[in-house]
Each structure stands twice: as C-alpha cells, then as structure tokens.
Design a protein around this ligand. Sequence first.
Ligand code: ZN
Length: 143
Amino acid sequence: MGSEEKGKCPKCRIEYDRRIYSSCPLCEMRRKLLDKTKESMQQLQRNQDRTVSYLRKGDEIELGELNGNAIAWIVLDTMRDKALLLAKYGLSYMSYNNRMWSVSWEKSSLRKYLNDEIIYYFFSEKEQSRIIEISVENKENFR
Ligand SMILES: [Zn+2]
C-alpha cells in the first residue's frame, strides 16, 4: 500500500486502505450501530406506551435487545394484565446442563443461565421490572 492509499483515522487510529474505504470503516460501523440502537430504543418506547392488556394471542411485540437489535416476541397467551411470550427467533444456544450427568430441570445449568444471567443481558432495568416471576411445578425428570 502506498502512503497516499493508506488512510489513518485520527479518532480510532486504525489504518485502512483508501482504495476500499472512503472513510474509516470502524467509525462507519460504530455510526451504523448507534443508529440501529437509537431506532430500536424508539421502537421500544412505542411498545412501552402500549400496555399488556391490549395484547392478543398471536401479536408480535419487541422487548429487550440483542447485539443492538430489538428482540421480537410472539404473544402465546394472555391473562388479565399478563402475557406469555416466546422469542420469535432463537436468541442463543446452550446445552441443557454443563456437566454430562442426569439432572432435573431445577438443577440444570440452562435454567440457572436463563433465570440468573440472560435477564440482565437482554433487558434494561425498566424492562426487567415488567417481567414477572412464576413458579412451575416440575417432577424430577431424570429417571
Ligand atoms: Zn475511525
């Protein structure tokens, strides 16, 4: 690369090929990500203005965020002011348990991950407060 073909971003200090990029590709990526985030935040705000009681089975809403994109949910069921949601697209993948032995759902590492980690990762504090905790009775299922 000749010196006139080499660009150097004063902001992030990376060097890039001017024959390929007209401006710093990293700054461009940051700008796009920021735009996306702003867009999904506005989308979320619009959805928050809509209370759950208006939701109907089969509706689609957006709640939470993954890699700067709003997460789409399908309303499986509603009950008074509550709604049961299923993510429209797979959000992550993980084994049922992190150790290869029989374990009940209650003691599985997947359940722990879903309850203790993912909620902070996908949802803002305000969104977390809208998620209710329920008890699900499960039989020991490993025999
Ligand atoms: Zn840059």
